[in-house]
Design a protein around this ligand. Structure first.
Ligand SMILES: C[S@@+](CC[C@H](N)C(=O)[O-])C[C@H]1O[C@@H](n2cnc3c(N)ncnc32)[C@H](O)[C@@H]1O
Length: 339
């Protein structure tokens, strides 16, 4: 590219070898400081771009840690999307044979809650019996895929109050144990911005009041032995994080459906904490109900390999776009590297 003093956003992107949207994000993070024309257009000085390049000599080479090959997946299914350490499969988790038995270190997932959510492909209004039978099938399948020292962080509601009161957490935990999972503990996730209240029952009367806790839970299960010996044995959790997160009440906001474009996303913070607390760097994490891809974004942020399965093609596309735009498979690492 010809040398000139002032560059448009597109020209700056070409100069740096990144996309215009990355230039925008780099500006937001203070890595670039453009001026504005009288018409409001951004302009970048060559000095500023060169400074930026100088900070990272290997700018044009994506700064990505070499990941080992994906020995966890079979050749029987084509991924919908694959990139370095990430695979997305557009499939019914109960039917797919894309993952090999006993290869997964950690499962982090939030299954459908059967509360009448309008998913594009999944029926979220089964009878409670059918829902528990569906739950038994996928919990059993997860059990086959996990390593002997693998763990499972299962985000589910505490109670269900639509269509009859049920202790959904107790019922699912019981089924998990019946299919072989061992119980370790339960984390209460205090979602500050939700209200599960639908009715008072009997207002100011003991005749039939309703009680509902504005929390969800993350049930921690494991396959055979709690002590993890497989994997890199390299932990990336800090002292404060360890002390805070081993206290089993986690308080952080839920994710906005509108912002993400999915009816029930969890915040990336949830799988990120689970990964740092319960897995080693480089471990393989599975989300069998991937939805909008939050678990895989957390994989990229924490240097874990990630496999996601999602039945709905539109959600797979959403997850893919989030990975490209939010996690920026190569460029996010690049920006972190430059800080
Ligand atoms: C609670 S949402 C998961 C949301 C996800 N944690 C996120 O952050 O976006 C459950 C997802 O499971 C998907 N799903 C339902 N049945 C499935 C199946 N049999 N196999 C794979 N995905 C399924 C739904 O389409 C939905 O996107």
């Amino acid at each position: 590219m010809e040398d000139k003093a002032i560059y448009t956003t597109k020209e700056a992107a070409d100069y740096l070898g990144v996309s215009p949207s990355t230039v925008y994000r780099m500006k937001k993070r203070g890595l670039l400081s453009p001026t504005k024309t009288s018409g409001g257009q951004r302009r970048f000085s060559q000095k500023n771009l060169e400074e930026c390049l100088r900070k990272n000599q290997s700018f044009e080479t994506p700064v990505v840690r070499e990941m080992p090959p994906f020995y966890e997946i079979t050749a029987r299914a084509e991924p919908y999307f694959q990139e370095n350490s990430i695979r997305i499969y557009n499939a019914d988790f109960l039917r797919t044979d894309c993952i090999k038995e006993k290869t997964i270190d950690l499962i982090v997932t939030s299954p459908p809650y059967n509360v009448g959510i309008k998913y594009s492909s999944h029926d979220d209004k089964m009878s409670y019996e059918d829902y528990l039978s569906f739950t038994r099938k996928w919990l059993g399948k997860c059990y086959g895929l996990i390593k002997d020292d693998g763990r499972f962080c299962l985000n589910i509601p505490l109670d269900k109050n639509k269509g009859g009161q049920q202790s959904i957490c107790a019922d699912i935990t019981t089924i998990a144990k019946q299919v072989g999972w061992k119980y370790h503990s339960t984390i209460i996730w205090n979602e500050q911005n939700i209200s599960r209240r639908t009715a008072w029952g009997s207002w100011l009367s003991a005749s039939a009041p309703y009680v509902i806790a504005p929390v969800e839970v993350i049930v921690i299960l494991y396959k055979d032995r709690w002590k993890k010996i497989s994997g890199s044995r390299k932990s990336d959790i800090g002292k404060k994080e360890f002390m805070d997160w081993t206290n089993g009440v986690w308080t952080f906001m839920g994710e906005s459906k509108k912002r993400i474009g999915h009816p029930t996303p969890f915040p990336v913070e949830l799988p990120r904490r689970c990964m740092k607390l319960f897995s080693f760097v480089g471990d393989t994490v599975l989300d069998p109900f991937l939805g909008s891809g939050s678990t895989l974004i957390a994989c990229i942020l924490t240097d874990r390999k990630g496999i996601g399965v999602e039945i709905d093609r539109n959600y797979c596309e959403l997850a893919k776009q989030r990975l490209i735009n939010e996690a920026e498979i190569y460029q996010l690492k690049l920006i972190r590297f430059m800080k």
